[in-house]
Structures are given as C-alpha cells and as structure tokens.
Design a protein around this ligand. Structure first.
Ligand SMILES: [Fe+2]
Length: 151
C-alpha cells in the first residue's frame, strides 16, 4: 500500500488534499489486483478514476487558465490521456473483460511518478506567484521550500 508522503506534495493544500484521493484510488487498485480483478472492485476503481478526472483536473485546469499558465495545453493532454484510460477500461468491463486491475495499477503507478511528481510540479512557481500557496506560510518561504526540492 502507498502512504501519502511529503515527496508527493506540491505545497498547495487545496491540490494536495485532492492528490490524497489519488493515493486512495491507487490503493484500491492494489487491493483489486490482490483480489484477482473482483468485478465490483474494478467498477469502483474505474468510477473513482472518472470522478477524480472530473473534479481534480477541473481544479488544476481552472487555476492554469486563471493564472495564464504557459504549460496548460500540454498538461491538459496528460489529463485527457488519464480520462481516456478510464473510458477504455470501462469499455473492456462492459464487454465482460474484468482482467484489467494490473493494467490500471501500472498506469496509476506511472501517473504518480510522472504526473504528480513531475508534470504537476511545473505549475508550482506560477501558482505561487499568483498567490496560491499554503495558508499560514509566508509566500517567499514557500517558494524557497519548493526550490530546495531536488530537480
Ligand atoms: Fe495535473
């Protein structure tokens, strides 16, 4: 099982809270794989993925548009790929193929590594500069903290 860790944080609480939901989804996928693609659990994981795409991606994209973030379109393409992955697997399930837990889990693991720990970090400076950072932390301190992360 994967636990929330500071290495996943973008230092913006509103986004970190939603990313914690992603950790819940990945853990559900781990359990589903262990349960040999239990159909009920597969459906639940896919349902959560769609819900996450609709809510969390909307949060990030709203800020990107509001703050005129230059990497918005590329970032959005990754979000669309995630949604496509969920839909493709829903179609498999509709067609009676429930053996999808492993494929979903591998995709979610890559997402955590490449998107949450990679792509999402690219908007941090832009969001910070536009005043979005953890409440209670000095803005300069917050930026300093991000810069201290390994590249
Ligand atoms: Fe994102």
């Amino acid at each position: 099982m994967i636990e929330w860790d500071d290495k996943y944080s973008v230092g913006i609480s509103v986004i970190d809270e939603e990313h914690k939901e992603f950790i819940n989804i990945i853990n559900m996928a781990i359990v589903t794989k262990e349960h040999n693609d239990n159909p009920e659990e597969i459906r639940e994981v896919l349902h959560k993925m769609v819900k996450y795409a609709l809510t969390h991606f909307a949060t990030e994209e709203t800020y990107m548009i509001k703050f005129n973030f230059s990497g918005c379109q590329l970032h959005r393409n990754e979000h669309l790929d995630f949604a496509d992955k969920a839909v493709a697997n829903i179609n498999k399930v509709i067609n009676g193929d429930y053996q999808v837990a492993n494929e979903i889990l591998e995709y979610l693991k890559q997402w955590l590594l490449n998107h949450i720990q990679g792509t999402d970090r690219k908007y941090i400076d832009c969001f910070n500069e536009n005043g979005l950072y953890n409440a209670g932390l000095n803005k300069d301190l917050q930026i300093f903290r991000f810069k201290s992360y390994p590249p």
